[in-house]
Design a protein around this ligand. Structure first.
Ligand SMILES: [Zn+2]
Length: 400
């Protein structure tokens, strides 16, 4: 990776190019002033670009991927998305440098005052362009499906808090909120979110199939932001899909397969079996699966003792668990780690894995300018080798 951060006004990059609809073996991406001007076959480059050379030291035979889009991420490199601005900045920078050029910062459940402070801090990062939005995971969640969420912070649904969070975040920065529809007052949450332009995400829920299906349908009917309802880390934080109790997992897979929801997967090799990931890709298709890191502060660091939302976490062998109840406490992967696992170990086609880490999550929250290599998009791209090892990251036209 280069340390140069200057933004050249015109850059031509060549290699295999992963486009939304195909992979071009002999391709080119032309970047002008932080925006993609062209992406496609090298032989079809517009005339103004044919004499432009690649940057010094440009290596042939590499692959250009769109910048990845992580819509559920709590931290990394020792930083955490919360009230502390320096810590949040550190986390965002880590994921950008590791290839997630678009990040939605996630807040774990906490007392209202802490959540509001976190929303204010992250709102500033959205306005500065470091984050693409804010995800509040809770606090209207099921205490029996709380996972690593602090059970003491979980409360019945409160639409006044939804409005206050959106106002603290400012300017439509609140992008998604995870809630359990079976909580008292849960039926009112989709409308409260739609009123502030945020997408409802079903998660950390003990709801039965009917309740969960209805909740996803109501979010879809509101169509807030132009996005789609989400299921927060499918299978994690909800009962298993059983023959006579399909629950939230069954409802979410069915909605995704119909094209009316997008399911998040933490495809880090820890939270889900590889067969589960492949089954969901086959059932819902990459257009309705969003890979998410759900990463906490230890992402990018070694095993040891950390915290998540103030709770103690031990990371061992790249698995993060609460020291209290042993629950998985988020992950430590990045989206590119997940794409690599899907392609190299699970045999999922590169274009499908990349779509689930870029185009689809961007569409879930209608994040404009991100998610694909297409003219007019932000110049966000990754340069990787045949093993999907990261060589360089271009974000908003600058090398990180
Ligand atoms: Zn989370």
């Amino acid at each position: 990776m280069t340390s140069a951060s200057a933004r050249p006004t015109r850059t031509l990059l060549t290699g295999a190019v992963v486009l939304p609809d195909r992979i071009v073996a002999d391709g080119a991406v032309a970047v002008s002033d932080g925006t993609i001007a062209y992406a496609g076959e090298r032989t079809s480059l517009p005339g103004a670009w044919v004499d432009v050379a690649e940057p010094d030291g440009w290596q042939a035979g590499l692959t250009l991927l769109p910048g990845l889009v992580d819509i559920h991420c709590h931290g990394g490199n020792g930083g955490e998305f919360g009230p502390d601005a320096a810590s949040a900045h550190r986390a965002a920078r880590h994921h950008h440098q590791q290839g997630s050029t678009t990040v939605v910062g996630s807040l774990v459940s906490a007392p209202a005052a802490t959540l509001l402070e976190g929303a204010r801090t992250l709102g500033d990062l959205v306005r500065s362009g470091e984050l693409a939005g804010i995800h509040v995971e809770g606090p209207f969640l099921s205490t029996v499906r709380c996972g690593a969420q602090d059970p003491a912070a979980l409360v019945d649904a409160d639409v006044a808090l939804v409005a206050a969070l959106a106002e603290a975040a400012g300017d439509g920065a609140l992008a998604q909120l995870t809630w359990a529809p079976e909580r008292t007052g849960g039926d009112a949450v989709p409308a409260a979110l739609a009123a502030v332009g945020a997408v409802g995400a079903l998660g950390h829920s003990d709801a039965d199939f009917e309740t969960a299906s209805r909740a996803l349908d109501v979010v879809a009917a509101f169509g807030a932001r132009g996005g789609l309802p989400l299921a927060t880390h499918l299978f994690n934080g909800m009962p298993p899909l059983l023959s006579r109790a399909p629950g939230a997992a069954g409802a979410a897979i069915a909605a995704a397969a119909r094209g009316s929801a997008i399911v998040e997967l933490i495809a880090d090799g820890v939270h889900l079996d590889g067969g589960t990931v492949r089954m969901v890709f086959d059932a819902a298709g990459p257009e309705h699966v969003a890979l998410v890191s759900d990463s906490m502060s230890a992402s990018g660091l070694s095993d040891g003792a950390y915290t998540l939302g103030g709770l103690d976490v031990a990371v061992s062998g790249r698995v993060a668990r609460l020291t209290g109840n042993g629950s998985l406490a988020g992950g430590v992967s990045t989206l590119l780690d997940q794409v690599r696992w899907l392609v190299r170990d699970l045999g999922i086609p590169l274009s499908d894995a990349v779509a689930a880490a870029s185009t689809t999550p961007a569409r879930a929250l209608a994040l404009t300018g991100s998610g694909s290599l297409a003219p007019g998009q932000h110049a966000d791209l990754l340069v990787v080798d045949s093993q999907l090892v990261l060589h360089r990251v271009l974000r908003r036209g600058s090398w990180l």
